[in-house]
Ligand binder design. Structure first.
Ligand code: NAP
Ligand code: G4F
Length: 337
């Protein structure tokens, strides 16, 4: 039974990747840092099928001990401070987790399991102020946030460990991917959950920032398949993973409200305080290399993604209201983003 070590197991991608690897017959070791409250809701349904080990990207010894103990065949580094606005509020911490954390894990693998295959979760945020459209594996990078800069460090250190030590290490340059399990602070989930609250009469408006930003949005379940495919190649290589389509935040909102039978213009308010110090205006990836060499293709379309997220949140909010977790017109907001 091959052994896969997955950091960031409690996150959106960690939960989908664990499901996928279990279905492929892997022993899955999920890595989680110590927290005072339970962060395991996304993996509750597979908790009996995986093992969860404790380690922190900030702590070198914990990572080395982990790799020594489990001797993984494949290591997926999904852990990161992944929310762009937080990277301006906490730039040094973001660099520690998202940039240097990659070196710590690579060092642990180099020393304790050098034959293991290593996947780094790189990001389309590295393209930032884009230098060409669409973005490919050869497009120059121009990150626009401390998060983007940190991811670029993680990307290049992975390339360097591959070239310096001959490790089977590669990066997936993944464009935005969302799901019913997306964090509430990211714009797609903020919208789908907001639509559900409004539809159930629990809120009257949804405050958003830049409606003109455009993203290449896919579904996380499709994207974790690409991570696994990349590690099955004999020679490691980096790939762009995207749908090849781009849509604005406005389009996402319009469609999401329509799914609930509502007109978005009656409820969406633009809040200038939610705009970013530097914006990534438009992202659209060219997934041809992954199509050709990995045989990877997304299966869930943009309208299907939006519909799935809204349907899921309508059910969640209905349940939360039935349990009295949220009430109609309750003051305050659950949206930090
Ligand atoms: P996510 O939901 O925010 O999950 C992040 C995970 O990292 C969580 O499990 C979190 O654990 C863990 N983590 C954070 N700091 C840690 C630390 N110091 N030590 C150990 N674990 C730590 O992110 P996601 O959407 O699943 O994304 C997965 C990865 O892909 C991230 O690296 C992200 O930057 C990258 N990425 C995402 C996208 C996207 O559109 N989703 C696109 C490109 C790249 P806690 O539960 O304890 O907080
Ligand atoms: O959903 P977002 O916060 O995602 P963003 O910044 O694109 O980053 C995500 O995708 C990256 C891949 O490209 C990942 F690496 C990263 O970890 C994360 O998963 O924002 C998307 C767009 C931005 O342009 C933002 O300005 O939506 C715009 N937006 C407009 N109003 C908003 C809001 N974003 C948030 N979070 N909240 C708003 O109210």
């Amino acid at each position: 039974m091959p052994v896969a070590l997955v950091t960031g197991i409690t996150g959106q991608d960690g939960s989908y990747l664990a499901e996928h690897l279990l279905a492929q017959g892997y022993r899955v070791i999920g890595v989680s840092r110590r927290t005072s409250t339970d962060v395991g809701s996304r993996i509750e349904h597979i908790r009996a099928d995986i093992e969860v080990a404790s380690a922190d990207l900030l702590d070198q010894t914990s990572l080395l001990t982990l790799v020594q103990r489990y001797q993984p065949d494949e290591v997926y580094n999904l852990a990161a401070q992944s929310f762009v606005p937080t990277s301006w509020a906490q730039p040094v911490l973001t660099g520690e987790f998202t940039a240097l954390g990659v070196t710590r894990l690579l060092e642990a693998v180099r020393v304790a399991a050098p034959e293991a295959r290593f996947y780094q979760a790189s990001s389309s945020e590295m393209f930032g102020k884009v230098q060409e459209v669409p973005q490919t594996e050869r497009t120059p990078f121009y990150p626009r946030s401390p998060y983007g800069v940190s991811k670029l460090y993680g990307h290049w250190i992975t390339v360097n460990y591959r070239e310096s030590y001959g490790m089977h290490a590669c990066s997936g340059i993944l464009f935005n991917h969302e799901s019913e399990r997306r964090g509430l602070e990211f714009v797609t989930r903020k919208i789908s959950y907001g639509v559900a609250l409004i539809s159930h009469g629990a809120r009257r408006e949804l405050r958003l920032g830049n409606l003109d930003a455009e993203r290449d949005w896919g579904h996380a379940a499709d994207y974790v398949r690409a991570m696994h495919m990349m590690l099955q190649r004999d020679s490691p290589r980096d790939y762009v993973i995207s749908t090849g389509e781009t849509h604005s935040v406005r389009e996402f909102a319009e469609l999401a409200f329509r799914c609930a039978g509502l007109d978005w213009e009656e409820f969406v308010q633009v809040d200038p305080t939610l705009k970013r110090p530097a914006e990534v205006d438009q992202l659209v990836g060219d997934p041809r290399l992954a199509n050709e060499e990995l045989g990877w293709r997304p299966t869930i379309t943009f309208p299907q993604l939006v519909e799935r997220m809204v349907e899921s949140d309508l059910a969640i909010v209905r349940d939360e209201m039935a349990r009295g977790v949220i009430r109609r017109e309750e003051p305050g907001s659950r949206f930090p983003g």
